[in-house]
Structures are given as structure tokens and as C-alpha cells.
Design a protein around this ligand. Structure first.
Ligand code: HEC
Length: 231
């Protein structure tokens, strides 16, 4: 019984401190000297102890998508039970999460677009889209320079006329050779990127009358004197 307890304690399955490994070893050595059958028991004890060693690099857990003989379907990754929703994933707002209103691609944003949202969109666009689409959206990113298929310019008439829900949809589901970003860009950020792309498009087609009045005069004088825009 003591032997069993000490094994369990060593392996961390029981909390009893009754068994003392040190005295066990001493006792074992003595019995080994006397050549009794207790010596054999001692060796078995050592064998037993070493067999419950568990290295940290070899943890008893499943790797991603590893098979399992425990479940009837052979999968360790458990599908969610029909009719249940993971905490935080209710996604009630269809406009926000699917980019659609009813079955149509949304022509509006699911929340107000302000300067902070555009700034966030600019940042996310720079991180995720510029490698291919380029800083200004002309499809001249670095990956394209290195041979990846060139995406269309975001300033094409067709894409300028596309509703923001379309950009949301392309980011969510991918398009042709462009893979999707659903697992890397949260829905709110996808809308922020769509809004920023709209700002980029406007930047290439704006005329003087689109600028606020005080900027118009400044831009006019700068145009006449040939100076660049400064703040
Ligand atoms: C690895 C390169 C790459 C990245 C990164 C990338 N795209 Fe694309 N994108 C493409 C390519 C290539 C196409 C054209 C795909 C085709 O026609 O098969 C495309 C097409 C598009 C289109 C046009 C779809 C149409 O109707 O023609 C949009 C809009 C778009 N991407 C948006 C984005 C946004 C927003 C991001 C960042 C979240 C992004 N892309 C990131 C390569 C990329």
C-alpha cells in the first residue's frame, strides 16, 4: 500500500506525504545488499518511478487537428454542438458580420465612420493590403514586384462604384487568387479598411470644390506659387 502511495505521490496523483522517497531508497539499498526478494521489489520500484517521468516538451495533449481514438469520429477537434453558439460569437448584427443587408451587399456602414476609424483603417490597410495593393491602391505592392499576380487597381471605375459591403466581402471571403482575411482581421476592422479605401479612391478623384472652404484658398495660393501642400 505504501509503495503504491509513493508512486502516486511521485506522479502527482495523490497528495499524501506519508511515503518518503529518501527512506524508500535507503530501505531498498539495504534489501539489495541482503539479496532478498525485497531487492527485486526495489528495482521494480525504480523502474516504476522512472516510467512516470513526463518531460515538458512531450506533453499529453493533442496537436492541432491530430486524430484521436477516444472519439468515435476519430477527431480530437470537437465540432460545436448543433444549435449552440460560442460565447462572444452571437453575431446578431448581420450587417456588421456579413457585409449584407438582407441578401444584398450593404451600401452603408454598420457604424459611424469618423477620423479615428479612418486612421485605424489606414493602419490595417498598410499592414494587410499594401504588400500587394500598394500604399495608394494601384496594385503595385512589393509582392507584386516579386512576381505575385497583380491585383486590379482599387481606382478602377468598377471598384470605385462598388458598395463598401463588397470590399468587406472580398476581405472576408477572398477573391480569385487573393486569400481571405476572415481569421486575421476582425469585422470592425474590415469595415474600417473599406472606409479607408473609399478615402483613397476619393483622394485620386477629388477636385478643388471637394475641399473645405479654408483649404480651397490655401490650395489655390499654393497652386499659383507652385508650393506643395503644408500644414
Ligand atoms: C498577397 C496579395 C494580396 C493581398 C495581401 C491582398 N490582396 Fe486583394 N487582391 C489580390 C489579387 C491578386 C487580386 C485579384 C484576384 C484575382 O483576380 O484572382 C485581389 C483583388 C482584390 C479586390 C478586387 C476584387 C475585384 O472585384 O476585382 C479587392 C477589393 C481587394 N483585393 C481588396 C484587398 C484588401 C482590402 C486587402 C487587405 C485586407 C487585400 N486585398 C489584400 C492580392 C492581394
Amino acid at each position: 500500500m505504501k509503495f503504491r502511495n509513493s508512486l502516486l505521490t511521485y506522479c502527482g496523483y495523490a497528495s499524501t506525504t506519508e511515503a518518503n522517497a529518501g527512506s524508500k531508497v535507503r530501505a531498498g539499498l539495504l534489501s539489495l545488499q541482503s539479496g532478498s526478494s525485497a531487492g527485486l521489489l526495489f528495482l521494480l520500484t525504480l523502474l516504476g518511478l522512472s516510467s512516470c517521468r513526463q518531460d515538458m516538451h512531450d506533453q499529453p495533449r493533442y496537436e492541432a487537428f491530430e486524430g484521436s481514438s477516444f472519439f468515435a469520429d476519430g477527431r480530437s477537434v470537437r465540432p460545436s454542438i448543433a444549435g449552440t453558439i460560442a460565447r462572444g460569437h452571437l453575431n446578431e448584427d448581420k450587417h456588421l458580420h456579413t457585409g449584407r443587408i438582407g441578401s444584398e451587399l450593404a451600401d452603408s456602414y454598420p457604424f459611424a465612420i469618423d477620423h479615428a476609424v479612418l486612421e485605424r483603417g489606414r493602419q490595417r490597410y498598410s499592414i494587410f493590403c499594401t504588400p500587394c495593393h500598394g500604399e495608394a491602391g494601384f496594385g503595385d505592392g512589393m509582392i507584386v514586384e516579386r512576381g505575385f499576380r497583380r491585383p486590379p487597381s482599387l481606382h478602377e471605375q468598377r471598384l470605385r462604384e462598388a458598395p463598401p459591403g463588397y470590399i468587406f466581402d472580398v476581405i472576408t471571403n477572398g477573391f480569385g487568387v487573393m486569400y481571405d482575411y476572415a481569421d486575421r482581421i476582425a469585422p470592425k476592422d474590415r469595415w474600417a479598411i473599406a472606409a479607408y479605401i473609399e478615402a483613397l479612391q476619393l483622394s485620386q478623384y477629388a477636385d478643388l470644390n471637394d475641399a473645405p472652404a479654408d483649404w480651397r484658398t490655401r490650395l489655390n495660393t499654393q497652386q499659383e506659387t507652385g508650393m506643395g501642400v503644408s500644414k
